[in-house]
Design a protein around this ligand. Structure first.
Ligand code: CA
Length: 222
């Protein structure tokens, strides 16, 4: 999952980015409102974490612009403005949820998971696909009840494919989900991760769609 973090406070930005990266998300961090709009235009983010008090363009304006461009992209507002009026305004402008600073990092990840779950139309926190179970809280992966050890990248790739079952994703789309800016990507990185996941989870789970990319089929059509 690829997240955009918009935060001008260097300490909060660093701690949130480090925390979410450790949870297996690819996190791009920008520090002003103009950069936020440009980044969201160029990259298909799964979720945006948006501070309201920003240089160059206010968070409320960024929110309105994001909503005009991407109807479905979840936006979690991070606000130091502990005024009811600001929270109401951002929710009315299309924010999906908010956190008032200072916030607990565990609560932040729980809200991120809830928004990503809702976006993919799932009510259940655990993702099941045939014998495969993925728990986004513990990041535990099991097949038929047996625990499978996967790396952070493999986990991110698996989640991206499970998030779009039935729809093939290209190598570039998968790279976008798994790697953030400035992270070195070997040209065959996605193939290597797919190969490892097939070895660990079974050869049939991830299908190669010739000329397009990779896909996990919907369980009923497997
Ligand atoms: Ca700020």
């Amino acid at each position: 999952m690829r997240l955009l973090l918009v935060e001008d406070d260097p300490m909060i930005g660093k701690s949130v980015q480090t925390w979410l990266k450790a949870q297996g998300y690819a996190v791009d961090w920008v520090r002003d409102g103009v950069a936020a709009e440009l980044s969201a235009r160029d990259t298909g983010y799964d979720l945006v974490l948006l501070d309201l008090g920003l240089p160059r363009r206010d968070g409320q304006e960024v929110l309105a612009a994001l909503r005009a461009q991407h109807r479905d992209m979840p936006v979690l507002v991070l606000t130091a403005r502990d005024a009811v009026r600001d929270r109401v305004r951002s929710l009315d402008a299309g924010a999906d949820d908010y956190l008032v600073k200072p916030f607990d990092l565990d609560e932040l990840s729980a809200r991120v998971r809830a928004l990503l779950r809702r976006r993919s139309g799932r009510a259940e926190p655990v993702i099941e696909h045939g014998e495969l179970r993925v728990d986004p809280v513990s990041r535990a992966v099991t097949v038929g009840g047996a625990a499978i050890a996967v790396t952070a990248r493999e986990y991110a790739l698996l989640l991206a494919l499970l998030d779009s079952t039935g729809v093939p994703l290209s190598r570039t789309q998968l790279e976008e989900k798994v790697y953030g800016w400035g992270e070195e990507v070997e040209s065959n990185a996605i193939e290597v991760h797919v190969h490892a996941l097939r070895r660990k989870l079974g050869a049939d789970l991830i299908r190669t769609v010739r000329g397009v990319g990779y896909m996990i089929a919907r369980p009923d059509s497997a």
